[in-house]
Design a protein around this ligand. Structure first.
Ligand code: ARG
Length: 458
């Protein structure tokens, strides 16, 4: 074991304690951010005259070589070190000697780890956003191709009114668009630099925190050094946003699983995204959709876990906070994996347009339109509702759809009906009359699609 802090101790750390305390098995994930943060710190120290030019250059090239060697696999990160910070510093000293010992001037691992985690998270927020954007591109393509694909819209999972596939996909477009905007809010709020906060109370060195912040692409320094080392709000926000993304994906998966079922057959998941059964030769299961739905619980768990960890921590840094990493890393990897897989599954999925159309036609999804027809002919809505209820009952008993009825049959139930009832209850008409913005009518939908194109292009 190699530690940074042996000086005031007279005994070796107990092996179990060492292992319980160590974080290198997971914090090595941000080795790059740790090195980049150190580089900015050293540049600032030299600018402030705290390090000489010579020392700065030595440290920078030492850090660069460490980064390159880790990246090419020449240097392996091992658990001989307590954490990634110790690993980098010890390696630096090995490589460049005395100057390396000055790297940690005016810095604590408390502000260092706060910085590393922020840099890592900032990159991951951007990556999550990029993946969501790809998902939206697939959704938009499906929308563009299906403004006339009629399907039943559901409430209570009962057929309600006809919509189009474009319209249904558009609902998810809105959800994932909001998810992206949540990510961008998080970035805005978190993009302040904790470095220079020291252990908790700043340092006595004349650090230029604005400069370090600028070098690392932050808007500025965090304005309170105690908050800088102990704030994990941005992780909670990110976990919350990721939980919402998973909730959206999970709902979508649930629908796909239903649509892919033998009873519905609205969609067929591509072979590449389905799995078989070891015993039942006929099976083709939607495992990917089920797994995404299942992994949602895991991401919610990370959110609950970190909220709970943070709730009892007095200011400023406490070791409890080390628990943020495994949770957040796991959630990020889970969510990114789920978005990417889901996008592939959706992109290759076959929509069975005939089945959808047929299902809309045979579920009385046009019953409201039949009632509206009567209202337009002067019948009060409540009476119209009753008349159409009787029509529906008549059809159910004879296993037919509203538009299969003859005009005589219509007239037997209400003499108000005329030949134009067929147009009024045709699926195409039911959908295309719905033209307020946000409704499934083709013209309204085209307007929204145009807006989405511009949104994705920007
Ligand atoms: N591994 C620690 C963490 O993740 C780094 C900070 C350690 N600071 C300390 N005072 N022990 O939080």
């Amino acid at each position: 074991m190699a530690q940074l802090w042996g000086g005031r101790f007279t005994k070796e750390t107990d092996q179990l304690v060492y292992r319980f305390n160590a974080s290198i098995s997971f914090d090595q994930k941000f080795y790059r951010q740790d090195v980049e943060g150190s580089m900015a710190h050293v540049r600032m120290l030299a600018k402030q005259g705290i390090l000489t030019e010579e020392e700065r250059n030595q440290i920078l090239s030492g850090l660069e070589s460490i980064l390159a060697d880790v990246e090419t696999g020449k240097l392996t990160i091992t658990d001989r070190y307590e954490d990634i910070h110790s690993f980098v510093e010890a390696n630096l000293i090995d490589r460049i000697g005395e100057a390396g010992k000055k790297l940690h001037t005016g810095r604590s691992r408390n502000d260092q780890v706060a910085l590393d985690m922020r840099l890592y998270t900032r990159d991951e927020v951007a990556e999550t956003d990029g993946l969501l954007k790809k998902l939206l591109e697939v959704l938009l393509r499906i929308m563009e191709e299906n403004t006339e694909t009629i399907m039943p819209g559901f409430t209570h999972l009962q057929k309600a009114q006809p919509v189009t596939l474009a319209h249904h996909m558009g609902a998810y477009f809105e959800m994932f668009k909001r998810d992206r905007s949540r990510l961008s809010d998080i970035r805005e709020r978190m993009n302040y630099c904790p470095l220079g906060a020291g252990a908790l109370a700043g340092t006595t060195y004349p650090l230029d925190r604005e400069y370090t912040a600028e070098l690392l692409g932050f808007y500025g320094p965090v304005l309170n050094s105690m908050d800088a080392v102990s704030d994990r709000d941005y992780l909670i926000e990110y976990l919350s946003a990721m939980s919402t993304i998973m909730m959206h994906l999970s709902r979508f998966c649930e629908e796909i699983i239903i649509w892919n079922s033998n009873e519905y057959r609205f969609v067929e998941i591509d072979d590449a995204y389905s799995t078989g059964s070891s015993i039942m030769p006929q099976k083709k299961n939607p495992d990917i959709a089920e797994l995404v739905r299942g992994k949602t619980g895991r991401v919610y768990g990370a959110l609950m876990s970190l909220l709970t960890t943070m709730k009892g921590i007095p200011l400023a840094y406490n070791k409890d906070m080390q628990e943020d990493k495994e949770l957040v890393f796991d959630a990020i990897d889970t969510v990114k994996g789920c978005i990417a897989l889901f996008t592939g599954m959706l992109d290759t999925m076959n929509f069975c347009l005939e089945r959808m159309n047929d299902s809309a036609r045979h579920g009385f999804t046009n019953a409201t339109d039949a009632a509206d027809y009567l209202v337009n002919h002067g019948v009060p809505f409540r009476d119209a509702h009753g008349i159409v209820g009787r029509l529906v009952l008549y059809c159910i008993e004879r296993n037919m759809a509203l538009d299969d009825m003859s005009l005589e049959e219509y007239k037997a139930i209400s003499p108000i009906f005329e030949e134009d009832i067929y147009k009024a209850v045709s699926m195409e008409n039911c959908v295309n009359k719905r033209l307020t913005i946000g409704a499934p009518g083709k013209e309204a939908m085209e307007q929204v699609i145009q807006y989405y194109r511009e949104y994705l292009g920007a």
